[in-house]
Ligand binder design. Structure first.
Ligand SMILES: O=C(O)CCC(=O)C(=O)O
Ligand SMILES: [Fe+2]
Length: 203
């Protein structure tokens, strides 16, 4: 085994059918990823997300932020958020994601998980304002976390670990046929920041 070449194949499709997920592994040096983590932690306009669970408005512990090319509106749980203008760091990361995935994006949803006890439940990213079958690029910083896919009909599962400074792309019919989640875990005690670059279609 050659220890000096990465065994990660970015052309490998992690899904067995009906969608495409490519994992590039770390796409920047570790010290560069460390610097982005600190920059995003300090300079993103983090706010608590809200969810309506059994009719009750709950503030999630996880923090979120929403940025874009234009003040796109993003609606969830009867709550509308307007996209903020890109910061320099976000613009650099958007360009990196676009170059590596060969796609373009016009907005970014950011999530800050303070520890492994915070995660994200099964869902697909198929809001009506998102481009249908548009690629979604996911950059991760900080704690390594497991990421899982589950087929909507067959319940087949696929799991992978998202590393510090890594890039993943979900494209094609992935959101129509697969759910994904970030499982909570007691094994992780440090924070993680995730950025998902998306394409909003203005109506
Ligand atoms: O934190 C992650 O890796 C996934 C986030 C996610 O699925 C989302 O923001 O829609
Ligand atoms: Fe998602």
């Amino acid at each position: 085994m050659d220890l000096f070449t990465s065994e990660i194949d970015p052309d490998h499709n992690w899904l067995p059918k009906e969608g495409t997920v490519n994992y590039y592994g770390p796409v920047m040096a570790r010290n560069v990823a460390d610097a982005y983590f600190q920059e995003l932690l300090a300079n993103i306009a983090w706010t608590n997300d809200v969810a309506i669970i059994y009719g009750k408005r709950i503030e999630t512990k996880r923090k979120v932020a929403w940025y874009g090319d234009q003040p796109f509106e993003y609606t969830y749980s009867n709550h509308t958020k307007k996209a903020l203008p890109w910061t320099d760091a976000l613009m650099e990361l958007k360009t990196l994601a676009e170059k590596r995935t060969g796609e373009t994006y016009n907005s970014c949803l950011l999530n800050l998980y303070h520890s492994g006890e915070e995660g994200m439940a099964w869902h697909s990213d198929a809001e009506k304002d998102l481009k249908r079958n548009g690629a979604i690029a996911s950059l991760s910083f900080g704690a390594e976390r497991k990421f899982a896919f589950k087929h909507k009909q067959t319940k087949e599962k696929v799991e992978l670990i998202l590393d510090h400074g890594s890039l993943l792309v979900m494209k094609g019919t992935t959101q129509s046929h697969w759910l994904h989640r970030l499982p909570p875990t007691k094994l992780v005690r440090t924070p993680r920041i995730n950025l998902t670059f998306r394409t909003i279609v203005s109506v």
